[in-house]
Design a protein around this ligand. Sequence first.
Ligand SMILES: Cc1cc2nc3c(=O)[nH]c(=O)nc-3n(C[C@H](O)[C@H](O)[C@H](O)COP(=O)(O)OP(=O)(O)OC[C@H]3O[C@@H](n4cnc5c(N)ncnc54)[C@H](O)[C@@H]3O)c2cc1C
Length: 240
Amino acid sequence: MPNYKVKLKCHREIADGTMAFHFEKPAGFTYKAGQFAGWSLINPAETDTEGNKRAFSFASAPYEDDLMLATRMRDTAFKRVLKTMEPGTEVTLNAPHGSFTLHNNASVTAVFLTGGIGITPVRSIVLQAIHDKVSHRILAFYSNRKPEDAAFLDDLMGSHAANPNYTFVGTMTQMEKSSREWHGETGVISKATLLKFIDDLTLPIYYIDGPPTMVNSMRQILSEAGVDDDNIRTEEFSGY
Ligand SMILES: Cc1cc2nc3c(=O)[nH]c(=O)nc-3n(C[C@H](O)[C@H](O)[C@H](O)COP(=O)(O)OP(=O)(O)OC[C@H]3O[C@@H](n4cnc5c(N)ncnc54)[C@H](O)[C@@H]3O)c2cc1C
């Protein structure tokens, strides 16, 4: 894959401990919603044994002007440098990679199962699908401890109105620790949660992504519900 130099435009906090970084999109660069890139720091002020490169999904949708990544701001050299980067600083982008992208057959429902920072490619796919007015039925299940932790909640909930085929199901597992109102689901995503919204669990194509523990537990629920492995697509955020 080709390398591009991309300039940071701005960064912002999008949830507790989570930041989004916007970069200029290089002329001629294209990617599909759901794909990811290798992002490398150029001559960073510090480094550690994990090195200067990380994989991040595009949280931006291809129709949007900027390239955006979003990440949990853990205390690692890479993320300390990223957090303090001045607008105009360049990083190297190696992209696009991956096939975690929406299937073509619009008669088959797409179900996204994710939690925490796993929302990044889902935001990209859902916003692009709504922009393109695709006719797939799309359901996005998104689990967090509390609304304060949930990145892109407004984007994902607000997109409801723009597409009647799209259903967003947010769920919170620790509302007792939240100071916000929440009128959605509570508790972890389970077979019972899915059955509230999907009549026959064996029919959709499922997309699971995020930290490996999340991917494994969702895959197990689907397997126990009789979903064929061929209908389960996964993207593991190794490193969490
Ligand atoms: C295809 C793909 C897409 C991805 N997309 C995204 C994305 O959109 N957003 C995103 O945030 N990440 C994404 N990741 C994960 C990302 O590449 C990093 O691995 C992740 O952000 C961790 O980076 P780090 O600098 O915090 O930790 P690293 O320095 O890479 O450390 C990795 C190791 O140290 C441990 N570690 C480091 N710090 C801590 C800590 N504070 N507490 C506990 N353990 C720690 C980790 O468990 C891990 O074993 C993706 C990964 C892949 C493969």
